[in-house]
Design a protein. Structure first.
Lengths: 107, 122
């Protein structure tokens, strides 16, 4: 199985900050990676697919980069609605695997 | 607009069988343009992919649950389903049904149901 190691597991930040979350795959997954946002009590929502393509309707302050084994999700100018938990997902190989999540909290 | 809605019992006894259905509206399930999945999330924990079902009939299951899972697609009702046998407390989770598009470089899991909490308890 491909292991997805996400860091940090939690992060405190303020409105207006820029934050970066990293996901590392245990083997090459090309660009077969997505990023998901989950607001407490809600279903996850896809933000980024193919490592760097912004999902329609998602604000441009979200961006993704990387390929192979190293990936990042960056949020520039944090907004109050961005405080949530973020997950990466690899869909290169079965079984699909998620990162353990990054909880973004307000400082 | 595509919508997915999970349904099933919210409480299942240990050793019994958990059965969930996902009703798809706004799109036909009888198409090779999409494929379908189940993902679960234990309370306070992360996301776990469980199964993926393709229109072709191919299925993929997470290895840790493979011996207990059955999935199916009912095109007449525009539904797909998940059955998990011999449940334990470890199967307590919110279960999500999810859609992916069969398009190159489209990624996966672009559309999610709201989720349904299943508790395993006597």
């Amino acid at each position: 199985d491909i292991q997805m190691t996400q860091s940090p597991s939690s992060l405190s930040a303020s409105v207006g900050d820029r934050v970066t979350i990293t996901c590392r795959a245990s083997q090459d997954i090309r660009k077969d990676l997505g990023w998901y946002q989950q607001i407490a009590g809600k279903a996850p929502k896809r933000l980024i697919y193919a490592a760097s393509t912004l999902q329609s309707g998602v604000p441009s302050r979200f961006s993704g980069s990387g390929s192979g084994t190293e990936f990042t999700l960056t949020i520039t100018s944090l907004q109050p609605e961005d405080f949530a938990t973020y997950y990466c997902l690899q869909h290169n190989t079965y079984p699909r695997t998620f990162g353990q999540g990054t909880k973004l909290e307000m400082k | 607009q595509l919508q997915l809605q999970e349904s099933g019992p919210g409480l299942v006894k240990p050793s019994e069988t958990l059965s969930l259905t996902c009703t798809v509206s706004g799109a036909s399930i009888d198409t090779s343009a999409y494929y379908w999945a189940w993902i679960r999330q234990p309370p306070g924990k992360g996301l776990e992919w469980i199964a993926t079902l393709y229109h072709s009939g191919s299925t993929y299951y997470t290895p840790s649950l493979e011996s207990r899972i059955t999935t199916s697609i009912d095109t007449s009702r525009n539904q797909f389903s998940l059955t998990l046998t011999s449940v334990t407390a470890a199967d307590t989770a919110t279960y999500y049904c999810v859609r992916s598009m069969m398009i190159t470089y489209a990624g996966e899991f672009d559309n999610w149901g709201q989720g349904t909490l299943v508790t395993v308890s006597s």
